[in-house]
Design a protein around this ligand. Structure first.
Ligand code: SAM
Length: 242
């Protein structure tokens, strides 16, 4: 598969994806991008704004993963930062929702947008909740329990060595960068569900046919595009002249 890994960080979600895919990673911080490139030398790493890159390049990929920054949505800044410590309140960054709507309606491949659980009711219902993450996607992902990482109790960067050892890197806030990582097993779990992972589905996809997904409770009017194959949704739109 041709995969676009947006807001790549040092590659938590990508760590267990193996080497058989063609992966392009986009990260805005050159020091973080350099570390990613060292861990994944076969990936193409682009230092750029992922939000712009998505809009200009989405047609080139089969599967897109996006992890837009979560600070302005997350419960930590809201509860600990603003409420307890008196930090300034900020507008939640709406590029999260721009990307979900954009990918849902324009992208003819499969996507995942990942963010931590917000402090408010999400404006678009997520497809699945895994560990501390809300996942918006257009394919079925089985629910699964993942161990919580107890990130708040990990104080030294060596506590994260089983994840990535970045002690020699030039990254300034190493602990924050490590905390930002999606659990690699969770990234692998999601990739396993992308319907393009086997030859039969790939052929169907190339023909523009519907890929049969495992049955999932869906309500077209409640959450139309997020839980069903795009081709099926397009048929639904045509039939209903929307
Ligand atoms: C939550 S972390 C990503 C974690 C990553 N998915 C993982 O599992 O390791 C978000 C990353 O996006 C980067 N970032 C923030 N704004 C960006 C932008 N506009 N374009 C590209 N990268 C950006 C940050 O530097 C940070 O490394």
């Amino acid at each position: 598969m041709k995969i676009l890994n947006l807001y790549a960080g040092i590659g938590g979600n990508r760590k267990l994806w193996g080497n058989k895919h063609k992966i392009t990673a986009v990260e805005i911080d050159p020091k973080i991008a350099e570390v990613y490139q060292n861990f994944f030398p076969n990936d193409v790493v682009v230092v750029a704004d992922a939000h712009d890159y998505l809009k200009d390049n989405y047609t080139k990929f089969d599967f897109i993963w996006s992890s837009p920054p979560c600070q302005t949505h997350g419960q930590y800044r809201y509860n600990v930062g603003v409420k307890a410590k008196g930090y300034k309140a900020v507008y939640p960054d709406m590029s999260l929702y721009s990307e979900i709507v954009f990918l849902t309606h324009y992208f003819h491949g499969y996507f995942v947008v990942e963010n931590t659980k917000p402090f408010y009711k999400p404006l678009i219902k997520p497809s699945v909740v895994l560990q501390r993450h809300y996942i918006w996607s257009n394919f079925y992902i089985e629910e699964k329990k993942f161990k919580t990482k107890h990130i708040r109790s990990k104080n030294k960067i060596s506590d994260y060595n089983d994840l990535f050892d970045i002690s020699d890197s030039n990254i300034k806030n190493k602990r924050q960068v490590l905390r930002n990582c999606v659990e690699p097993k969770l990234g692998k779990h999601i990739l396993k569900h992308v319907p393009l992972n086997n030859e039969k589905d790939k052929k169907e996809f190339a023909k523009g046919g519907i890929i049969k997904l495992k049955e999932q409770k869906i309500n077209l009017f409640d959450c139309p595009p997020l839980m069903i194959p795009i081709s099926l949704y397009n048929k639904f739109l045509k039939r209903n002249r929307i």
